[in-house]
Write a protein that binds this ligand. Sequence first.
Ligand code: SAM
Length: 396
Amino acid sequence: MTSASDAIAAVTAALAQLPPAESIPEEERFKLLGAMDKVRVAMEPPVLTVRNFCFAHYGIVGIRVAISMGIFDALAAGGGSPQTLSQLSEKTKGDEKLLVRILRLLGANNLLTETADGAYQPMPLAMGFASGSPLPEAIKHFYANMKASVNLNEFFESTGYKNPDDAYNTAFQFAYKTKEHHFEWLKSHPEDLHAFNVVMGLNRQIEGAQWFDFYPVEEKLHVESNDRVRLIDVGGGLGHDIARLRERFPTLPGRLIVEDLPDVVKDIKTPLGENVEAIGYDMFTEQPVKGAKSYYLRTVLHDWPDKQALKVLERIREAMADDSILLINENTLPEKDAPEFSIALDILMMEMYGSLERTEKEWIDLLEQAKFKVVKVWRSESQGVGSNALYEAVPV
Ligand SMILES: C[S@@+](CC[C@H](N)C(=O)[O-])C[C@H]1O[C@@H](n2cnc3c(N)ncnc32)[C@H](O)[C@@H]1O
């Protein structure tokens, strides 16, 4: 048996030999982190575990406040060089005593360090929270969701701890004192809507293989004429998925369309590529584009409990031609040992939407209820942490 001090020496020596993190393949890095996490879980005294549970949220709280005070913009204005308290104070909102405490919190979360002469030196990640980057939008979005989380128990008390399945009676409506669905509420909260849309695009950066890397797009979604719609991305947000598809297949014949709520489509600022159109459309109403070769939905139905998900699928089925294909690109919970991130997403879906992350069986059941037959469930070999199965289905 190895003593603790031998283990410390061995781990320290091994870590010192590691190449720079960026040069290690992502899969290996996740494995290494997983191994280190196992050590942490095995070694952590319960009191520390409980303390970590209780204080875990202060990282996001500190960053959220710092964004609004303009701290990251002030750090970025200094070009990454150390700045004194008074230099930062001149460029930020609020009083200096508060600034010191928030800077300290950012330091405790590895976003900056204090130099020997008391100036504040931002770490590279801190620069990523300056305005214009997607990271502050992610913090704004998840901080806003936290209001539903902190009200979850009170919400359950009011419902007698019933598993939520009503999109219009969730911890979100309870916390925000609204009757509106989150997507309706976003229309009158443009800052939150923008943050939501940006976050949807951001997910792609940590997902590994994209669906078109393992699905034979050219063969399966073949169209004879350039006028036919090859694929409609229903609920496609700002069009990040469809733009990537076009980028990957620049000369693929056929039109590509992204559909989303009119306020979302209005927020599309970047060109989506050749022969790509954007249409403002409510997916609960009649599908305006009939007979497309494929109707594709990525992490759209997971926002909805079965009742509404079935309605969306019905609107698509009505518009399909004999050779149309339905593609559902969705998070799929494994029956057991689901990753922590997927489990957290399941709770997020529950508190915001009365919805859920579904298992493969639940997806297939849902599609069958909607009168579709699943032809094949496609998966990438390198499973990412997000969307991880593509359900190819046809109407029966
Ligand atoms: C979780 S996001 C997924 C966005 C995109 N497919 C992706 O994977 O990044 C769900 C999308 O559904 C859209 N949505 C919600 N209700 C809708 C409706 N009634 N009609 C059309 N789109 C809707 C939202 O605006 C949002 O863009």
